[in-house]
Write a protein that binds this ligand. Structure first.
Ligand code: BMP
Length: 256
């Protein structure tokens, strides 16, 4: 049976890389979809030996279409034996979340990212049920990489059950364990929070960390704090030579 978490571990170990490529590109005019598809394909062809997964976001789903260009890209990525994550940050009522998950999993995505703010009952439970049925993964946002993350993920809440005041992200990390998530996202810009969240999750749930390079986070700090995977986008996709860039990043991580 396909187990997303185990597959990620196996590929990362075999290829000796923790880099998840965020296949993001800036807006381009809507009659240039063909060139966007080819740009995305070229980056994959260049960097696939050095990455352990690909994350796709609205940058490609909106202009290329889930069941048109993106499905073709997923097939190309799967041929290279790499899992594909849909970064849809699902954040709706359960009935809608179920349909979101069904469509993305049917398009071939191996895992989707969801937002725990909507809660379990009539919230994320239908996504986890669908993931189980279709043998796919669910990754939860626990603390995002941007500054405003502190307003929501960083706020303090009162945990009724435990009668204590805790940070929202601590509550989300505990829920990730309770709900059986396959991964959590914690920004590389907040390594101290990666450490705190890693202390809660132990080795049971891997941390995916975005925000490296352009957003100011450092890959090595994220890994030292307990991240399992580094999500890297524009530093690679916008580089003149994506292959050299990703190779250099991996070398730098190994040397530090
Ligand atoms: P970049 O390396 O270009 O900054 O891209 C990071 C990717 O990870 C983007 O797709 C972004 O939407 C996503 N992301 C993030 O940057 N921070 C988060 O907290 C969660 C994300 O999904």
């Amino acid at each position: 049976m396909f187990m997303f978490k185990a597959k990620m571990e196996e590929i990362a170990k075999k290829k000796d890389t923790k880099i998840v490529l965020a296949l993001d590109f800036p807006f381009i005019s809507l009659n240039s979809q063909k060139s966007l598809f080819h740009k995305a394909k070229n980056v994959i062809d260049e960097v696939y030996p050095h990455i352990c997964a690909v994350k796709i976001n609205h940058h490609l789903v909106l202009p290329l279409g889930t069941f048109q260009g993106v499905k073709k890209l997923i097939e190309i990525i799967h041929e290279k034996n790499l899992p594909v994550i849909m970064d849809c940050k699902a954040n709706d009522i359960g009935a809608t979340n179920k349909v979101i998950a069904e469509y993305y999993y049917s398009a071939g995505f191996d895992a989707i990212i969801a937002n725990p703010f909507v809660g379990w009952d009539e919230g994320l439970k239908p996504i986890f049920d669908m993931a189980k049925k279709m043998h796919r993964g669910v990754i939860l946002l626990v603390y995002m990489s941007h500054k405003g993350a502190q307003e929501g993920y960083g706020q303090f809440i009162y945990d009724k059950g435990k009668e204590e005041k805790i940070a929202q992200y601590v509550s989300f990390a505990r829920k990730a364990l309770k709900w059986g998530a396959d991964g959590v996202v914690v920004g590389a810009t907040v390594p101290e929070k990666i450490k705190e969240i890693h202390n809660i999750l132990g080795d049971k749930i891997p941390i995916y960390s975005p925000g490296i390079g352009i957003q100011g986070g450092r890959g090595i700090s994220a890994l030292n704090a307990g991240a399992s995977y580094l999500i890297v986008g524009r530093s690679i996709t916008l580089a003149e030579n994506p292959n050299e860039t990703v190779k250099k990043l991996i070398e730098k991580l190994k040397m530090s």
